[in-house]
Design a protein around this ligand. Structure first.
Ligand SMILES: Nc1ncnc2c1ncn2[C@@H]1O[C@H](COP(=O)(O)OP(=O)(O)OP(=O)(O)O)[C@@H](O)[C@H]1O
Length: 481
Protein backbone atom coordinates (compact mmCIF):
# COMPACT_ATOMS: atom_id res chain seq x y z
CA UNK A 1 0.00 0.00 0.00
CA UNK A 2 1.46 3.32 -1.04
CA UNK A 3 0.26 6.55 0.55
CA UNK A 4 2.01 8.76 -2.00
CA UNK A 5 -0.40 11.38 -3.37
CA UNK A 6 -0.19 12.61 -6.94
CA UNK A 7 -0.68 16.30 -7.71
CA UNK A 8 -0.99 17.44 -11.32
CA UNK A 9 0.19 21.04 -11.80
CA UNK A 10 -0.82 22.71 -15.07
CA UNK A 11 0.87 26.09 -15.61
CA UNK A 12 3.14 27.61 -18.24
CA UNK A 13 5.22 29.37 -15.56
CA UNK A 14 8.28 27.17 -14.85
CA UNK A 15 8.81 28.86 -11.47
CA UNK A 16 5.45 27.59 -10.18
CA UNK A 17 6.19 24.08 -11.41
CA UNK A 18 9.62 24.05 -9.74
CA UNK A 19 8.27 25.56 -6.54
CA UNK A 20 5.61 22.83 -6.24
CA UNK A 21 8.16 20.11 -6.87
CA UNK A 22 10.40 21.53 -4.14
CA UNK A 23 7.61 22.11 -1.61
CA UNK A 24 5.95 18.71 -2.10
CA UNK A 25 8.81 16.21 -1.98
CA UNK A 26 8.77 12.45 -2.58
CA UNK A 27 7.98 9.93 -1.13
CA UNK A 28 4.84 11.56 0.34
CA UNK A 29 3.97 13.44 -2.84
CA UNK A 30 4.43 12.97 -6.55
CA UNK A 31 4.16 16.19 -8.56
CA UNK A 32 3.56 15.82 -12.30
CA UNK A 33 3.64 18.91 -14.44
CA UNK A 34 2.22 20.17 -17.72
CA UNK A 35 2.73 23.53 -19.44
CA UNK A 36 -0.27 23.29 -21.78
CA UNK A 37 -3.91 22.30 -21.40
CA UNK A 38 -3.45 19.51 -23.95
CA UNK A 39 -0.61 17.96 -21.92
CA UNK A 40 -2.61 18.50 -18.74
CA UNK A 41 -5.50 16.49 -20.16
CA UNK A 42 -3.19 13.73 -21.30
CA UNK A 43 -1.57 13.47 -17.84
CA UNK A 44 -4.96 13.58 -16.12
CA UNK A 45 -6.01 10.54 -18.15
CA UNK A 46 -2.70 8.69 -17.71
CA UNK A 47 -1.78 9.46 -14.10
CA UNK A 48 -5.22 9.60 -12.45
CA UNK A 49 -4.03 12.39 -10.10
CA UNK A 50 -5.45 12.86 -6.60
CA UNK A 51 -5.77 16.63 -7.10
CA UNK A 52 -4.99 19.31 -9.69
CA UNK A 53 -3.46 22.78 -9.40
CA UNK A 54 -4.47 24.68 -12.51
CA UNK A 55 -3.59 28.10 -13.90
CA UNK A 56 -6.51 30.01 -15.37
CA UNK A 57 -4.46 31.28 -18.33
CA UNK A 58 -2.81 28.64 -20.43
CA UNK A 59 -1.23 29.08 -23.88
CA UNK A 60 -3.65 26.78 -25.73
CA UNK A 61 -6.91 26.90 -23.75
CA UNK A 62 -8.48 28.63 -20.76
CA UNK A 63 -8.20 26.91 -17.40
CA UNK A 64 -11.96 27.37 -16.96
CA UNK A 65 -12.72 25.24 -20.00
CA UNK A 66 -10.21 22.67 -18.82
CA UNK A 67 -11.99 22.31 -15.46
CA UNK A 68 -15.09 21.21 -17.38
CA UNK A 69 -13.12 18.57 -19.22
CA UNK A 70 -11.57 17.28 -15.98
CA UNK A 71 -15.01 17.13 -14.43
CA UNK A 72 -16.35 15.16 -17.37
CA UNK A 73 -13.66 12.57 -16.66
CA UNK A 74 -13.91 12.50 -12.86
CA UNK A 75 -15.70 15.14 -10.87
CA UNK A 76 -14.34 13.82 -7.58
CA UNK A 77 -10.82 15.09 -8.33
CA UNK A 78 -10.45 18.47 -6.58
CA UNK A 79 -9.10 21.26 -8.79
CA UNK A 80 -7.50 24.36 -7.24
CA UNK A 81 -7.50 27.26 -9.66
CA UNK A 82 -4.69 29.85 -9.74
CA UNK A 83 -5.84 33.27 -10.91
CA UNK A 84 -4.12 36.58 -11.52
CA UNK A 85 -5.19 39.83 -9.85
CA UNK A 86 -8.48 41.16 -11.14
CA UNK A 87 -9.77 37.76 -12.24
CA UNK A 88 -11.41 36.87 -8.94
CA UNK A 89 -14.90 37.02 -10.42
CA UNK A 90 -13.89 34.48 -13.05
CA UNK A 91 -12.53 32.27 -10.31
CA UNK A 92 -15.84 32.47 -8.50
CA UNK A 93 -17.60 31.38 -11.68
CA UNK A 94 -15.16 28.49 -11.76
CA UNK A 95 -15.98 27.50 -8.19
CA UNK A 96 -19.67 27.51 -8.99
CA UNK A 97 -18.72 25.29 -11.90
CA UNK A 98 -16.98 22.80 -9.65
CA UNK A 99 -13.46 24.00 -8.76
CA UNK A 100 -12.44 23.06 -5.23
CA UNK A 101 -10.85 26.41 -4.33
CA UNK A 102 -8.92 29.24 -5.91
CA UNK A 103 -5.81 31.16 -5.01
CA UNK A 104 -4.62 34.53 -6.32
CA UNK A 105 -1.12 34.83 -7.80
CA UNK A 106 1.46 35.66 -6.59
CA UNK A 107 1.21 33.53 -3.45
CA UNK A 108 3.55 32.30 -0.75
CA UNK A 109 3.97 28.51 -0.55
CA UNK A 110 2.61 28.71 3.02
CA UNK A 111 -0.68 30.03 1.63
CA UNK A 112 -1.20 27.25 -0.86
CA UNK A 113 0.22 24.15 0.86
CA UNK A 114 -2.64 23.79 3.39
CA UNK A 115 -5.11 24.12 0.49
CA UNK A 116 -3.32 21.41 -1.48
CA UNK A 117 -3.27 19.15 1.59
CA UNK A 118 -6.96 19.73 2.13
CA UNK A 119 -7.70 18.93 -1.56
CA UNK A 120 -5.62 15.74 -1.33
CA UNK A 121 -7.39 14.74 1.88
CA UNK A 122 -10.82 15.35 0.29
CA UNK A 123 -9.75 13.27 -2.67
CA UNK A 124 -8.58 10.44 -0.42
CA UNK A 125 -11.92 10.34 1.38
CA UNK A 126 -13.91 10.43 -1.85
CA UNK A 127 -11.83 8.06 -3.96
CA UNK A 128 -9.95 5.66 -1.72
CA UNK A 129 -12.31 2.70 -1.36
CA UNK A 130 -13.54 1.82 2.12
CA UNK A 131 -14.40 -1.85 1.57
CA UNK A 132 -16.77 -3.92 3.67
CA UNK A 133 -16.07 -7.58 4.48
CA UNK A 134 -17.87 -10.25 2.45
CA UNK A 135 -20.88 -12.07 3.94
CA UNK A 136 -18.56 -14.69 5.40
CA UNK A 137 -16.93 -11.97 7.49
CA UNK A 138 -13.69 -12.25 5.52
CA UNK A 139 -11.98 -9.31 3.87
CA UNK A 140 -12.79 -9.25 0.13
CA UNK A 141 -10.22 -10.61 -2.30
CA UNK A 142 -8.41 -7.78 -3.90
CA UNK A 143 -5.36 -7.34 -6.01
CA UNK A 144 -2.30 -6.12 -4.12
CA UNK A 145 -2.38 -3.00 -6.23
CA UNK A 146 -5.76 -1.79 -5.02
CA UNK A 147 -5.16 0.67 -2.24
CA UNK A 148 -8.23 0.28 -0.09
CA UNK A 149 -9.12 0.58 3.56
CA UNK A 150 -10.82 -2.61 4.64
CA UNK A 151 -13.42 -2.10 7.33
CA UNK A 152 -12.80 -5.15 9.44
CA UNK A 153 -15.15 -6.74 11.92
CA UNK A 154 -17.10 -9.89 12.50
CA UNK A 155 -18.53 -9.34 15.99
CA UNK A 156 -22.35 -9.01 15.99
CA UNK A 157 -22.29 -5.23 16.57
CA UNK A 158 -20.01 -4.70 13.55
CA UNK A 159 -22.07 -7.03 11.38
CA UNK A 160 -25.04 -4.78 12.26
CA UNK A 161 -22.99 -1.76 11.21
CA UNK A 162 -22.24 -3.34 7.81
CA UNK A 163 -25.90 -4.21 7.35
CA UNK A 164 -26.86 -0.62 8.16
CA UNK A 165 -24.33 0.78 5.68
CA UNK A 166 -25.77 -1.50 2.99
CA UNK A 167 -29.31 -0.51 3.85
CA UNK A 168 -28.84 3.26 3.99
CA UNK A 169 -26.15 3.96 1.39
CA UNK A 170 -28.43 4.01 -1.64
CA UNK A 171 -31.27 5.86 0.10
CA UNK A 172 -30.84 9.60 0.14
CA UNK A 173 -31.29 9.86 3.93
CA UNK A 174 -29.14 11.95 6.27
CA UNK A 175 -27.00 9.64 8.40
CA UNK A 176 -25.66 10.30 11.88
CA UNK A 177 -22.60 8.24 12.74
CA UNK A 178 -21.86 7.93 16.44
CA UNK A 179 -18.90 6.42 18.25
CA UNK A 180 -15.88 7.17 20.40
CA UNK A 181 -12.79 8.66 18.83
CA UNK A 182 -10.96 6.30 16.46
CA UNK A 183 -13.85 3.81 16.10
CA UNK A 184 -14.08 4.34 12.31
CA UNK A 185 -16.72 7.03 11.81
CA UNK A 186 -14.88 8.64 8.91
CA UNK A 187 -14.28 5.32 7.21
CA UNK A 188 -18.00 4.47 7.54
CA UNK A 189 -18.94 7.87 6.05
CA UNK A 190 -16.67 7.12 3.10
CA UNK A 191 -18.23 3.69 2.61
CA UNK A 192 -21.74 5.20 2.61
CA UNK A 193 -20.76 7.84 0.06
CA UNK A 194 -18.91 5.35 -2.14
CA UNK A 195 -21.89 2.97 -2.20
CA UNK A 196 -24.43 5.77 -2.73
CA UNK A 197 -26.08 6.95 -5.92
CA UNK A 198 -24.07 10.14 -5.53
CA UNK A 199 -20.71 8.31 -5.62
CA UNK A 200 -19.60 10.05 -8.81
CA UNK A 201 -20.61 13.50 -7.57
CA UNK A 202 -18.71 15.91 -5.35
CA UNK A 203 -17.82 14.89 -1.78
CA UNK A 204 -16.53 17.38 0.77
CA UNK A 205 -15.73 16.96 4.43
CA UNK A 206 -15.59 19.66 7.03
CA UNK A 207 -14.45 19.40 10.61
CA UNK A 208 -16.83 21.52 12.65
CA UNK A 209 -14.62 21.46 15.77
CA UNK A 210 -11.51 22.78 14.10
CA UNK A 211 -12.96 26.01 12.72
CA UNK A 212 -14.17 29.03 14.73
CA UNK A 213 -17.83 29.95 14.30
CA UNK A 214 -17.45 32.96 11.97
CA UNK A 215 -15.16 31.07 9.60
CA UNK A 216 -17.34 27.96 9.69
CA UNK A 217 -20.36 29.98 8.64
CA UNK A 218 -18.55 31.39 5.64
CA UNK A 219 -17.01 27.97 4.89
CA UNK A 220 -20.46 26.36 4.79
CA UNK A 221 -22.57 29.12 3.24
CA UNK A 222 -20.04 31.42 1.57
CA UNK A 223 -20.13 35.20 1.84
CA UNK A 224 -20.68 38.30 -0.26
CA UNK A 225 -17.94 40.83 -0.83
CA UNK A 226 -17.82 43.42 1.96
CA UNK A 227 -20.06 41.42 4.29
CA UNK A 228 -17.45 41.67 7.06
CA UNK A 229 -13.98 43.14 7.53
CA UNK A 230 -11.59 41.17 5.38
CA UNK A 231 -14.29 39.85 3.02
CA UNK A 232 -12.72 41.52 0.00
CA UNK A 233 -14.12 38.95 -2.44
CA UNK A 234 -17.24 36.88 -2.74
CA UNK A 235 -16.75 33.34 -1.47
CA UNK A 236 -18.71 30.24 -2.42
CA UNK A 237 -19.47 27.90 0.48
CA UNK A 238 -19.63 24.11 0.71
CA UNK A 239 -23.43 23.96 0.45
CA UNK A 240 -23.17 25.59 -2.96
CA UNK A 241 -20.14 23.63 -4.13
CA UNK A 242 -21.64 20.31 -3.05
CA UNK A 243 -24.96 20.80 -4.85
CA UNK A 244 -25.90 17.32 -6.09
CA UNK A 245 -23.21 15.74 -3.92
CA UNK A 246 -22.45 14.78 -0.33
CA UNK A 247 -21.18 16.80 2.62
CA UNK A 248 -19.60 15.08 5.62
CA UNK A 249 -19.90 17.19 8.78
CA UNK A 250 -17.42 15.72 11.21
CA UNK A 251 -17.52 16.54 14.95
CA UNK A 252 -21.04 17.96 14.59
CA UNK A 253 -21.51 17.81 18.38
CA UNK A 254 -19.04 20.71 18.68
CA UNK A 255 -21.11 23.08 16.55
CA UNK A 256 -22.20 26.28 18.33
CA UNK A 257 -25.94 26.96 18.89
CA UNK A 258 -25.93 29.77 16.29
CA UNK A 259 -24.47 27.49 13.63
CA UNK A 260 -26.86 24.70 14.61
CA UNK A 261 -29.78 27.04 13.87
CA UNK A 262 -28.35 27.98 10.46
CA UNK A 263 -27.68 24.37 9.58
CA UNK A 264 -31.20 23.36 10.60
CA UNK A 265 -32.64 25.96 8.27
CA UNK A 266 -30.75 24.74 5.23
CA UNK A 267 -31.69 21.13 6.02
CA UNK A 268 -35.38 22.03 6.37
CA UNK A 269 -35.74 24.45 3.50
CA UNK A 270 -33.00 23.22 1.19
CA UNK A 271 -31.96 26.80 0.61
CA UNK A 272 -29.72 29.36 2.25
CA UNK A 273 -28.17 32.78 1.72
CA UNK A 274 -24.50 33.63 1.59
CA UNK A 275 -23.34 35.65 4.61
CA UNK A 276 -24.22 39.26 3.81
CA UNK A 277 -26.38 38.19 0.87
CA UNK A 278 -30.13 38.27 0.43
CA UNK A 279 -30.65 36.00 -2.58
CA UNK A 280 -31.85 32.52 -1.53
CA UNK A 281 -29.77 29.77 -3.12
CA UNK A 282 -31.27 26.32 -3.63
CA UNK A 283 -29.15 23.32 -2.81
CA UNK A 284 -29.50 19.56 -2.87
CA UNK A 285 -26.85 18.08 -0.57
CA UNK A 286 -26.83 14.76 1.23
CA UNK A 287 -25.57 15.19 4.78
CA UNK A 288 -23.51 12.63 6.64
CA UNK A 289 -22.63 13.77 10.16
CA UNK A 290 -20.46 12.26 12.87
CA UNK A 291 -19.63 12.92 16.47
CA UNK A 292 -18.00 11.31 19.48
CA UNK A 293 -20.14 13.40 21.84
CA UNK A 294 -23.13 12.06 23.68
CA UNK A 295 -25.84 13.99 21.83
CA UNK A 296 -28.62 12.69 24.10
CA UNK A 297 -27.08 14.44 27.10
CA UNK A 298 -26.13 17.46 24.96
CA UNK A 299 -29.84 17.75 24.10
CA UNK A 300 -30.79 17.28 27.74
CA UNK A 301 -28.51 20.13 28.86
CA UNK A 302 -29.65 22.32 25.97
CA UNK A 303 -26.31 22.54 24.14
CA UNK A 304 -27.57 20.59 21.08
CA UNK A 305 -30.85 21.36 19.34
CA UNK A 306 -33.18 18.39 19.35
CA UNK A 307 -34.87 19.46 16.07
CA UNK A 308 -31.46 19.43 14.38
CA UNK A 309 -30.72 16.04 15.92
CA UNK A 310 -33.89 14.57 14.37
CA UNK A 311 -33.09 16.11 10.97
CA UNK A 312 -29.56 14.69 10.95
CA UNK A 313 -30.65 11.44 12.40
CA UNK A 314 -32.91 10.04 9.68
CA UNK A 315 -30.72 7.01 10.17
CA UNK A 316 -28.15 6.32 12.92
CA UNK A 317 -25.11 4.10 12.81
CA UNK A 318 -23.48 3.52 16.15
CA UNK A 319 -19.94 2.15 16.19
CA UNK A 320 -19.07 0.06 19.24
CA UNK A 321 -15.86 0.85 21.13
CA UNK A 322 -13.06 -1.57 20.29
CA UNK A 323 -13.03 -3.01 23.84
CA UNK A 324 -16.56 -4.32 23.20
CA UNK A 325 -15.71 -6.08 19.93
CA UNK A 326 -14.50 -9.37 21.49
CA UNK A 327 -12.40 -11.46 19.15
CA UNK A 328 -12.23 -8.68 16.57
CA UNK A 329 -9.36 -7.16 18.57
CA UNK A 330 -7.15 -10.18 17.89
CA UNK A 331 -8.27 -10.43 14.25
CA UNK A 332 -7.63 -6.77 13.61
CA UNK A 333 -4.29 -6.88 15.40
CA UNK A 334 -3.19 -9.77 13.14
CA UNK A 335 -4.38 -7.92 10.06
CA UNK A 336 -2.52 -4.72 10.99
CA UNK A 337 0.64 -6.66 11.94
CA UNK A 338 0.87 -8.26 8.52
CA UNK A 339 -0.18 -5.10 6.63
CA UNK A 340 2.29 -2.82 8.40
CA UNK A 341 5.09 -5.43 8.42
CA UNK A 342 4.81 -5.45 4.64
CA UNK A 343 4.78 -1.66 4.46
CA UNK A 344 7.76 -1.34 6.78
CA UNK A 345 9.65 -4.14 5.03
CA UNK A 346 9.82 -6.22 8.24
CA UNK A 347 9.82 -10.00 8.42
CA UNK A 348 6.93 -11.25 10.48
CA UNK A 349 6.65 -14.88 11.44
CA UNK A 350 4.16 -14.96 14.28
CA UNK A 351 2.70 -13.13 17.24
CA UNK A 352 3.41 -14.75 20.62
CA UNK A 353 0.22 -15.73 22.52
CA UNK A 354 1.36 -13.60 25.52
CA UNK A 355 1.53 -10.53 23.26
CA UNK A 356 -1.97 -11.22 21.99
CA UNK A 357 -3.23 -11.62 25.57
CA UNK A 358 -1.80 -8.22 26.49
CA UNK A 359 -3.46 -6.65 23.45
CA UNK A 360 -6.79 -8.30 24.23
CA UNK A 361 -6.69 -7.16 27.86
CA UNK A 362 -6.15 -3.51 26.95
CA UNK A 363 -9.11 -1.10 27.13
CA UNK A 364 -8.26 0.82 23.92
CA UNK A 365 -9.49 4.32 24.78
CA UNK A 366 -8.23 5.47 21.35
CA UNK A 367 -9.93 2.48 19.65
CA UNK A 368 -8.81 1.30 16.18
CA UNK A 369 -6.51 4.29 15.66
CA UNK A 370 -4.71 3.41 18.90
CA UNK A 371 -4.44 -0.25 17.88
CA UNK A 372 -2.87 0.75 14.55
CA UNK A 373 -0.37 2.97 16.37
CA UNK A 374 0.59 0.30 18.89
CA UNK A 375 1.09 -2.27 16.13
CA UNK A 376 3.33 0.12 14.17
CA UNK A 377 5.39 1.03 17.23
CA UNK A 378 5.75 -2.65 18.15
CA UNK A 379 6.95 -3.56 14.67
CA UNK A 380 9.46 -0.73 14.68
CA UNK A 381 10.85 -1.94 18.00
CA UNK A 382 10.82 -5.64 17.05
CA UNK A 383 14.24 -7.18 16.51
CA UNK A 384 13.02 -10.59 15.37
CA UNK A 385 10.15 -12.16 13.42
CA UNK A 386 8.24 -13.36 16.53
CA UNK A 387 6.38 -10.55 18.26
CA UNK A 388 7.02 -11.06 21.97
CA UNK A 389 5.58 -8.74 24.71
CA UNK A 390 8.97 -7.05 25.16
CA UNK A 391 8.49 -5.43 21.75
CA UNK A 392 5.30 -3.68 22.86
CA UNK A 393 5.89 0.05 23.46
CA UNK A 394 7.19 0.73 26.95
CA UNK A 395 4.35 1.62 29.26
CA UNK A 396 1.78 -0.13 27.04
CA UNK A 397 -1.22 -0.99 29.17
CA UNK A 398 -0.22 1.48 31.86
CA UNK A 399 -2.54 4.04 30.27
CA UNK A 400 -5.40 1.94 31.64
CA UNK A 401 -4.36 3.28 35.03
CA UNK A 402 -4.20 6.80 33.71
CA UNK A 403 -7.96 7.26 33.41
CA UNK A 404 -9.48 9.78 31.02
CA UNK A 405 -9.89 12.53 33.59
CA UNK A 406 -6.89 14.81 33.82
CA UNK A 407 -5.95 15.56 37.41
CA UNK A 408 -5.37 19.29 37.47
CA UNK A 409 -2.68 20.15 39.99
CA UNK A 410 -3.27 23.12 42.26
CA UNK A 411 -0.75 25.41 40.62
CA UNK A 412 -2.13 24.75 37.19
CA UNK A 413 -5.74 25.22 38.25
CA UNK A 414 -4.96 28.49 40.03
CA UNK A 415 -3.18 29.89 36.99
CA UNK A 416 -5.99 28.86 34.66
CA UNK A 417 -8.60 30.39 36.96
CA UNK A 418 -6.58 33.63 37.23
CA UNK A 419 -6.18 33.87 33.47
CA UNK A 420 -9.91 33.25 32.97
CA UNK A 421 -10.80 35.98 35.45
CA UNK A 422 -8.28 38.40 33.97
CA UNK A 423 -9.93 38.00 30.56
CA UNK A 424 -13.40 38.37 32.04
CA UNK A 425 -12.32 41.58 33.77
CA UNK A 426 -11.00 42.90 30.46
CA UNK A 427 -14.46 42.34 28.98
CA UNK A 428 -13.55 39.50 26.61
CA UNK A 429 -16.32 37.57 24.86
CA UNK A 430 -14.00 34.94 23.46
CA UNK A 431 -12.66 33.46 26.68
CA UNK A 432 -13.24 29.84 25.72
CA UNK A 433 -11.79 30.19 22.22
CA UNK A 434 -8.70 32.10 23.48
CA UNK A 435 -7.88 29.74 26.32
CA UNK A 436 -8.57 26.58 24.36
CA UNK A 437 -6.34 27.88 21.56
CA UNK A 438 -3.52 28.56 24.04
CA UNK A 439 -3.85 25.06 25.51
CA UNK A 440 -4.05 23.49 22.05
CA UNK A 441 -0.91 25.33 20.96
CA UNK A 442 1.04 23.92 23.92
CA UNK A 443 -0.32 20.41 23.38
CA UNK A 444 0.49 20.40 19.68
CA UNK A 445 3.94 21.95 20.18
CA UNK A 446 4.95 19.38 22.79
CA UNK A 447 3.54 16.35 20.97
CA UNK A 448 5.06 17.43 17.65
CA UNK A 449 8.43 17.85 19.39
CA UNK A 450 8.16 14.44 21.04
CA UNK A 451 7.29 12.72 17.77
CA UNK A 452 9.92 14.47 15.65
CA UNK A 453 7.20 16.47 13.81
CA UNK A 454 5.59 13.31 12.46
CA UNK A 455 1.96 14.26 11.78
CA UNK A 456 0.57 10.72 11.81
CA UNK A 457 2.30 9.80 15.04
CA UNK A 458 1.38 13.13 16.68
CA UNK A 459 -2.31 12.75 15.80
CA UNK A 460 -2.18 9.23 17.18
CA UNK A 461 -0.74 10.39 20.51
CA UNK A 462 -3.15 13.31 20.74
CA UNK A 463 -6.02 10.91 20.05
CA UNK A 464 -7.38 12.96 17.17
CA UNK A 465 -7.44 12.28 13.45
CA UNK A 466 -4.73 13.58 11.13
CA UNK A 467 -7.12 15.95 9.30
CA UNK A 468 -8.29 17.36 12.66
CA UNK A 469 -4.70 17.95 13.73
CA UNK A 470 -3.88 19.55 10.41
CA UNK A 471 -6.87 21.91 10.57
CA UNK A 472 -6.10 22.81 14.19
CA UNK A 473 -2.52 23.62 13.20
CA UNK A 474 -3.80 25.72 10.33
CA UNK A 475 -6.26 27.54 12.58
CA UNK A 476 -3.55 28.23 15.16
CA UNK A 477 -1.07 29.15 12.40
CA UNK A 478 1.26 26.68 14.06
CA UNK A 479 4.50 25.81 12.31
CA UNK A 480 6.64 23.02 13.74
CA UNK A 481 10.02 24.08 15.19
N1 LIG B 1 -13.37 -1.56 11.36
C1 LIG B 1 -12.19 -1.08 10.94
N2 LIG B 1 -11.37 -1.88 10.22
C2 LIG B 1 -10.17 -1.43 9.81
N3 LIG B 1 -9.69 -0.19 10.06
C3 LIG B 1 -10.47 0.64 10.75
C4 LIG B 1 -11.75 0.24 11.23
N4 LIG B 1 -12.28 1.27 11.90
C5 LIG B 1 -11.38 2.27 11.85
N5 LIG B 1 -10.29 1.91 11.15
C6 LIG B 1 -9.09 2.72 10.92
O1 LIG B 1 -8.81 3.40 12.14
C7 LIG B 1 -8.39 4.75 11.89
C8 LIG B 1 -9.35 5.69 12.59
O2 LIG B 1 -10.62 5.62 11.95
P1 LIG B 1 -11.52 6.93 11.68
O3 LIG B 1 -10.67 8.12 11.36
O4 LIG B 1 -12.56 6.55 10.70
O5 LIG B 1 -12.12 7.12 13.15
P2 LIG B 1 -13.10 8.26 13.69
O6 LIG B 1 -14.11 7.58 14.52
O7 LIG B 1 -13.60 9.10 12.54
O8 LIG B 1 -12.11 9.10 14.61
P3 LIG B 1 -12.30 10.61 15.19
O9 LIG B 1 -13.52 10.62 16.04
O10 LIG B 1 -11.07 10.83 16.01
O11 LIG B 1 -12.39 11.53 14.00
C9 LIG B 1 -8.37 4.91 10.39
O12 LIG B 1 -7.05 4.65 9.93
C10 LIG B 1 -9.30 3.84 9.89
O13 LIG B 1 -8.98 3.42 8.58
Amino acid sequence: MNDCRTLLVVDDDPLILQCMQLCLPEPDYRVVTAVTAAKGLELFREMDPDAVLLDIQLPDQSGLALIHEFREMDRRVPVILMTGHGTAETAITAISGGAFEYVTKPFEPDAILPLIDSALETSRMARRPAELPTDSGQPPNRSEKTAADLILGSCPAMVDVFRSIGRVASRDAAVLILGETGTGKEVVARAIYQHSQRHDQVFHAINCAAIPEALLESELFGHERGSFTGADQRRIGKFEICNGGTLFLDEIGDMTPVMQTKLLRVLQEKEFERVGGSKPIKTDVRILAATNRDLESAMADGSFRSDLFYRLNEFTIELPPLRDRGEDVARMAKHFFSLFAEQLGKDLFSIAPETMQRLEAHSWPGNVRELQGIVKQTLLKASGPVIVPAFLPSGFGDSANLGNEVEISNGWETELAEETNRRLALGSFTVSEDIHSAVDRILIREVMKATGNNLSEASLRLGISRPTLRSRMKHLRFTPE
